[in-house]
Design a protein around this ligand. Sequence first.
Ligand SMILES: Nc1nc2c(ncn2[C@@H]2O[C@H](COP(=O)(O)OP(=O)(O)O)[C@@H](O)[C@H]2O)c(=O)[nH]1
Ligand SMILES: [Mg+2]
Length: 199
Amino acid sequence: MVIKHSELAAIAARPQQYPPEDLPEIAFAGRSNVGKSSLINLLLGRKNLAKVSGSPGKTRTINFYQVNGAFRIVDLPGYGYARVSKSLSQDWGEMIETYLKGRRNLRKVVQLVDIRHEPTAQDLQMYEWLKFYGMDGLVVATKADKISGNQWQKNRAMIRKKLQMEKDDVLLAVSALKKTGWEALLEQIEELIAPCQDG
Ligand SMILES: Nc1nc2c(ncn2[C@@H]2O[C@H](COP(=O)(O)OP(=O)(O)O)[C@@H](O)[C@H]2O)c(=O)[nH]1
Ligand SMILES: [Mg+2]
């Protein structure tokens, strides 16, 4: 698949503000600062379509990016930022769960984790949610440029174990800095959205 066109389709806090359920959607979830916006920009070949934030925890909306007029990439609010107050983190949970629960055109949620560390308790909680909604099975480890290939072999096993990923579940490594790993992710996305385009 070649990404020819991408644009911001909606910024939503409530379902009434979501775009119609007419195109398949692939959502991205992860901790604030994990590299979600950077990865979306890399995938879409855009410099700053998704805002890369110097101050983490700012995005408290669901941002929809329409791609090739055929599908959408959905940027879910980042979690786990310490300075976010309790009520705001509750907002975060409610916002994500409302989207997960009701969205009929949602095909998959890509779970992002930092390649350097064991997934956090909140990463695990998020991934358990995805399992509950049948949206698990595709995890991306970000900032791959920060560790060696040897270390990746170790961390790969650690991430799979912590999230209790199944054998057939996919774990990819990407670096937005070095622009590596995105092709494999794009292939996964292509497979996920394909059935809809046929019929
Ligand atoms: N070294 C490195 N830094 C990255 C990478 N991806 C993102 N970052 C940095 O991590 C910070 C957070 O990135 P951002 O994309 O805004 O994360 P988000 O909060 O998850 O959307 C920024 O300073 C980015 O420049 C990467 O692949 N490698
Ligand atoms: Mg972001």
